[in-house]
Design a protein around this ligand. Structure first.
Ligand code: 0RA
Length: 636
């Protein structure tokens, strides 16, 4: 293939690449909103920062012009101007038109890759209405201009600069056809440049905003140590001088600064190749693990705490501010916003480095480790005390009517306890009928899962861990035992409504026992009742009768004898009554019979309960013998 054919083929490829950037800008810069717009600026700045990290650049100037064009100028080596042997164009043109060329053919240690930065200045070029690059090398100044990524003319020599030996200056105007807005904001650019000056000690960054007239210089001799001092300005700190550690080899640079303040928060800021990793990652986790390890080891070695005591991560991080500045060759940024470091090997490398360097530091700073351990112990004690207090409050609150009412409670509309009634109903189906049949103005229904209650009845002593009982306590709102507050009771009639069978009797006994032991006053005040559902329904022609006992059934049948054939239905459970029947027979205040529970009855139930559930075999046997007939009857 002839040279010129090769060149033509290459430039077609290049143009196709830049076309794609313009067609799908979000694939390269994340979005075309304000965020994407500012990525352009940082992309260009990153290239100059790379040059500074490589040790060839000491000064970067960023200018926002009135028309929102931006100039980034550095005094690095300058993008190579010689003709690229394969591509046949200048290095400058390659850097600005070839995707992912990035201008870095030297394989230099840490330049940005992955993430949203690091896509290369060619992307900025493709998304700019125009871009002008000026390169100075050996005092010779070169220039090239582009329009929407395409060169207007090849790189040309335009003169000499006596004061500048080398450097790169790029001016670009973001393309209004691409971006939702091209308003470059000081509030976004300025803090980032400031941060970059801290992350790159002894690099001078000049920021000029011609739109606002602002000119500022950011320069830090101490780097991240100055950074943490600024964060902690005016605060009480420990130790007085921040702890600084550093580890560096061929393709790994790590520096960390840490210091405590008297607050309770943790401020961990990590950066990888100058990019903030807000979602953390392997470098952060390596640091945390090492810090916890070293502080515990030191505390034990120096016998500052007993062997069995472990300071947790929570204890150690309270009031901690730390800045991690990591540079590696091939960072893998993960997550939606590419703000978490994923490189697996980084964790162990950071861990080892921090452990070694921090131990070295503490070996020479005994006073500092003593004070830090003291602070962590204090944090631990405070945390344990706080947890205890919280648990106590929680335990109280769970039985307190301060939170929400249970979902199972169908409450009444009145707020006046004097007229309000609570029906405690055995079983969900009877509960459903009661909800439909009630007068919702003053009658509330709390269904209890009878089976569960019944199975758990033996554990009355753990009654407070039973969800059904908890619901009951919360519904009543008045607390229990010593904390029982009658003024808070939400219903002045509490009515137990259970089936007329042996399970129902068990549950009634359990509830009576509960009230007797936990809310005795409720009984003493005469608020507790037992509903009397009918046992039989007698239908004679169009007339309906209800009988509440066998005697009553006999009496009714006698009375209506001769009027025809009576249909008798025995109710085996509340669930067999429809809502209307339940209302008529058991809930309508005008027609129902409810029995007020006396203390004597509740006490009897409590004794009965103990007798039936307790461990005392002898009295139980005697009881069953004495009441054998009743028990048999109940079980039918
Ligand atoms: C490739 C090689 C060299 C420097 C650069 C790129 C470079 C790129 C940019 C972008 C903005 N400022 C920059 N400064 C330098 C090294 C050239 C050499 O070896 O002399």
């Amino acid at each position: 293939m002839a040279e010129n054919e090769k060149y033509t083929a290459n430039s077609i490829k290049v143009l196709e690449g830049l076309e794609h950037v313009r067609k799908r800008p979000s694939m390269y810069i994340g979005s075309t909103n304000e965020r994407g717009l500012h990525h352009l600026v940082f992309e260009v700045v990153d290239n100059s920062i790379d040059e500074a990290m490589a040790g060839f650049c000491t000064e970067i100037k960023v200018v926002i012009h009135k028309d929102n064009s931006v100039t980034v100028k550095d005094n690095g080596r300058g993008i190579p101007v010689d003709i690229h042997p394969k591509l046949g164009v200048s290095g400058v043109e390659v850097a600005l038109t070839k995707l992912n060329a990035g201008g870095k053919f030297d394989g230099k240690a840490y330049h940005v890759s992955g993430g949203l930065h690091g896509v290369g200045v060619s992307v900025v070029n493709a998304l700019s209405e125009y871009l002008i690059v000026k390169v100075t090398r050996d005092h010779i100044v070169y220039r090239q201009e582009f329009k929407r990524g395409k060169p207007i003319y090849p790189l040309k020599e335009i003169g000499r600069s006596e004061e500048t030996e080398s450097g790169t200056e790029i001016t670009f105007l973001p393309d209004k056809e691409i971006f939702e807005t091209i308003d470059i904001k000081e509030s976004i650019i300025k803090p980032k440049l400031k941060e970059l000056a801290y992350l790159n000690a002894r690099l001078k960054i000049i920021f000029v905003n011609e739109k606002t007239g602002l000119t500022e210089e950011y320069y830090s001799e101490g780097g991240i140590v100055d950074f943490i001092k600024e964060i902690h300005e005016g605060q009480q700190v420990l130790p007085p001088e921040p702890i600084y550690i550093k580890k560096e080899d061929n393709d790994f640079f790590l520096e960390i600064v840490l210091q405590y303040n008297s607050g309770f928060n943790t401020d961990l800021r990590s950066f990888v190749n100058n990019i903030r990793t807000i979602d953390g990652g392997t470098h952060e986790s390596g640091f945390r693990t090492a810090l916890n390890r070293v502080i515990n080891d030191q505390a034990h070695q120096l016998k500052l705490i007993r062997d069995s005591l472990v300071l947790t991560a929570d204890d150690i991080k309270e009031g901690l501010t730390a800045i991690i500045n990591l540079r590696i060759t091939e960072p893998q940024f993960e997550g939606q916003t590419k703000t978490r470091l994923g490189n697996a090997d980084v964790k162990s490398k950071v861990y080892a480095a921090v452990k070694e360097e921090l131990n070295k530091y503490f070996d020479r700073h005994i006073d500092e480790i003593k004070q830090i351990v003291k602070k962590a112990v204090l944090a631990q004690n405070a945390r344990l005390a706080a947890r205890k207090a919280k648990d106590l409050v929680r335990r109280k609150n769970s039985l307190d009517f301060s939170g929400r009412l249970p979902g199972k409670l169908a409450d009444c509309t009145t707020n006046d306890p004097k007229e309000a009634e609570l029906y405690i109903v055995e079983g969900e189906s009877a509960g459903g009928s009661a909800k439909q049949g009630r007068d919702r103005k003053f009658q509330a229904i709390l269904p209890l899962r009878g089976k569960i209650l019944n199975v758990e009845r033996a554990r009355i002593h753990n009654v407070l861990s039973n969800q059904e009982i908890k619901n009951l306590i919360i519904s009543l709102g008045c607390g229990i035992k010593e904390e029982f507050t009658p003024e808070k009771l939400r219903y002045h009639k509490v009515i137990i409504m259970t089936d007329a069978d042996v399970d129902g009797a068990h549950i009634r006994t359990l509830l009576l026992t509960f009230f007797f032991r936990y809310m005795r006053e409720l009984i003493e005040n005469g608020y507790l009742y037992i509903a009397q559902p009918p046992l039989y329904r007698i239908k004679m022609g169009r007339k309906i009768y209800y009988a509440f006992s066998d005697e009553e059934l006999k009496r009714i049948l006698k009375e209506i004898d001769g009027e025809g054939k009576a249909e008798v239905q025995r109710y085996k459970g509340l669930g067999e009554m429809d809502p209307q029947q339940l209302w008529e027979t058991t809930m309508d205040p005008a027609r129902r019979v409810i029995l007020r529970v006396t203390i004597r009855e509740a006490e009897e139930a409590d004794r009965l309960f103990d007798l039936l559930m307790g461990d005392r075999v002898e009295p139980r046997r005697r009881f069953i013998e004495e009441h054998a007939n009743e028990v048999v009857n109940l079980d039918i």
